[in-house]
Write a protein that binds this ligand. Structure first.
Ligand code: PEP
Ligand code: MN
Length: 255
């Protein structure tokens, strides 16, 4: 199917360039965010993603810096020029987040939150819609229809299965299925799917070779020290290797 081009800031999803979204799971502070953003950009990232409101499994875990993080993201955008994507958990966050963000993320836990999807849609900005942890592809596409416009990028982030070896099971087949059945660009998140930094680069390469329109990768200047999702966070050198693979793949006419 003809692909719909989705514009976020100065980048386009669905064109021949496979978009690399990178950044820490959470905004942890201004200095560290700026350092990560600058290094990720040099490594080849096209867009910065860092969480302000974190939907953690346990309420006692770090919940993100909230609106303070949005102020830091504004500075990161100004300094690096990288467009920003941020997850929102509830409608009241949409307006303030859009003061910094070029795109809103809906995480796996909220894929079925149709009232939130409608509110995000009403804001008129591009949306990154992650697949629900146990959603069929059809349910995921159905959720996208609630957004009510066509500036949507889907993100495959793994589904829950029987095997605890990886955090979730990455469904790479979602890439050709979505591309053949819909016009929405689809990117792949090898971080939340594998849950393990040593598996991120192989699955990122697999996703790029499968023709994904981009990647979302949790990356940090000091992955072991990440406040959230440390186990799956890669360093900037690995991010750079993935970006180089992406750049070389274009020359192989795989896309
Ligand atoms: C995230 O992107 O940081 C996140 C919480 O991901 P997911 O919704 O896929 O679990
Ligand atoms: Mn995370």
């Amino acid at each position: 199917m003809t692909k719909n081009i989705v514009k976020a800031g100065n980048i386009e999803f669905g064109s021949s360039r496979q978009i690399l979204i990178a950044g820490p799971c959470s905004v942890e502070g201004l200095d560290i965010l700026l350092q990560i953003a600058h290094e990720a950009k040099t490594a080849g990232a096209d867009m910065l993603r860092a969480g302000a409101f974190k939907p953690r499994t346990h309420s006692s875990s770090f919940q993100g810096l909230g609106f303070e993080a949005i102020e830091y993201l504004k500075i990161a955008k100004k300094e690096t020029g990288l467009p920003i994507v941020v997850e929102v958990l509830e409608p009241s966050q949409i307006g303030p987040v859009l003061a910094a963000a070029d795109m809103l993320q809906i995480g796996t836990r909220n894929m079925y939150n149709y009232p939130l999807l409608k509110e995000v849609g009403a804001a008129g900005c591009p949306v990154l819609l992650k697949r629900g942890i146990s959603a069929t592809i059809e349910e995921w596409v159905g959720a996208a229809s609630y957004i009510g416009h066509d500036q949507i990028v889907l993100c495959e982030r793994g589904v829950r299965t029987f095997d605890p070896e990886t955090r979730n099971m990455l469904d790479l087949c979602a890439v050709p299925v979505i591309q053949q059945k819909t016009s929405m660009p689809i990117i792949v998140d090898p971080s939340h799917s594998t849950g393990h930094r040593n598996y991120v680069a192989p699955m990122a390469r697999g996703a790029l070779a499968a023709g994904a329109d981009g990647l979302l990768i949790e990356s940090h200047i000091n992955p072991e020290k990440s406040i959230s999702d440390s186990a799956q966070t890669i360093d900037i050198k690995t991010l750079g290797d993935i970006a180089k693979f992406r750049d070389n793949l274009i020359n192989l006419f795989l896309r």
